[in-house]
Structure formats: structure tokens, C-alpha cells
Design a protein around this ligand. Sequence first.
Ligand SMILES: [Zn+2]
Length: 301
Amino acid sequence: MDVPHERCDETIRVAAPASLSCFGRPRAYSLLALSQAVLASRAGASRTATPRSAGDSSGPEAESLKRRSSRLPGGRMIALTVRGSVGNANLPIMALRPDEFYDHARAAADAELRLPLARMTGWNISPFEQDGLSVAPLRPPVLPEPARHGEGAVDCDNCRERDEGIWFNERWRLARIEGVGVPLVLMLFPREHYDMADLSDEMAAELGVLTTHLVRHVQALPYISRAHVYRIGDGAEHLHIWFFARPEGQTQLFGSWMPVWDDLLPEYPADIAEADAAAVADALVASYGGRRRVTDGLTRD
Ligand SMILES: [Zn+2]
């Protein structure tokens, strides 16, 4: 990678790798790519660079620092300004603040703040054709972020529904999501109010095992090739893990467009989905334990 660099006490400039350009147009560059480019630049200057975590300013020469990213004429150069530690073997690189991230993204947008079409719209599995498609204008950051549903376990639907579902043990419950386009969507919740980062190691380990068993059982259903697993968590604080069943042979539903295809497709017959969900729940009782109704006696958990 050709990485020209220009060093002074406060500034390192690196060229954005050509691979970061999409369809010949400049795009927003990821912080990871920037970090890698800066480290490559420093390596070219025969120095050893060690990436450090954001906010770590404990080194003797790691004083106050600030950085600025910008697109230079032609959109191919990024300038980072790092102050206070250029002479140190450690190069602190900090995450972009919300306003900096917005400016960084906006630099790649047009006059209406519309970014170029995503590469994903050029995939042959995209549900949308590029002709006539436009990107929504970028919006500035919202700070503080709006509260998620059920924050602090206050008025949380998922706490209220802790006894609803098709499979239970003392800590977890499984439910079927109705009205979807793919053959089956299941959701796994802790019965108590936890976000993912709040799980104990024991519950995290159990989540891993349950996830694996559920993927195995969903993929064992007739005419299902894959179970996709998602955790997002921007809408509700109470942890909820999605399991999407991808129908066999429907190769257009490969990959990360599947939730969008799911929203486009007509509703899958509910009686079949219910029977499939029951088969998965029965298989989970057999392979892991738990029970089909919350009032049933405990089995193995
Ligand atoms: Zn809750």
C-alpha cells in the first residue's frame, strides 16, 4: 500500500487505501481503516506503534491530544492531528466524538447530505435496484440519545411477559414472533431484566449454549437452510436475541439483507410457523432441558 506520510510535531497524513473507495467515489472511512493507515505510516517511518484504547492517556508523553479528520481535495487524503505523543512509541488514537463522526460522514455526502448508494445495493442479492434509489439525508447526532423501551426495568414489556412463550427455564424464555415473511422467527429473552453487557458469566455461557442448540434445531426443520442470529438492542434495553430461519434454496435471502427481505415478503402461513416453533421448543427440551409451559414441572434445569 502506497502510504505517503508527512511528519511534523503534530500531524501525520496518510493516504486512504484505494480499497476504501467505492464505485470510484470517496466514501466515509472507518476508524479502523484510519488506525491501520496511520500505523502503516508510522511503520514506514521505522517506529514501533502500539494501538491504545480510546481515552488511555496514561503514558508519560501521552498528554492531551486531539485529532481531526478531513477529506482533502480529491477526497483521497485524510489528515489526523495527534498532539503530545508523536515522539512516543505509543500512538494514542481516540474514537471520533459524535460531532466529529457526523462531520466525517458528511464530508462524503452530497449537497443534500445524501451519501453514495451502499455497496450492498450493488450485490445481486439486494432487494432494491440501484436505479431510482436514493439515500436518506444524514441527520446530526441526537444527544443524549432517546431512552430505550423499558430502561431501568421501568414499564418493560419483556419483564411483564416473563411467563409468555413456547419454552422456559428459570432464567430464559423463548417466543415466536408472529407476522413475519420468513418461515420462522424466534426470540430468546432472559426472564429477568438484563441487557447483554449485564449478564453474569454463567448466564452468558448459558446464552452461548442455548444459541447453539437453537441454531441446530432451527436448521433441522424441513426446508430451512440457515438460522441467522442477531442481537441489536437499540429499541429495548431488555436483552432479546433474534433467530431468523432462511428458507432453503432462496439464495436471494443470503446474508445481511435477510431482515429487509423478511419485511418485504408476504406473511408466512402462521399454522406452519407455529408447528415449526413447537418442534424447535420440543427439541430444546430434549437437548438442553427446560419446559414447554411455564407452569410445568422442572425437567433438567
Ligand atoms: Zn425488562
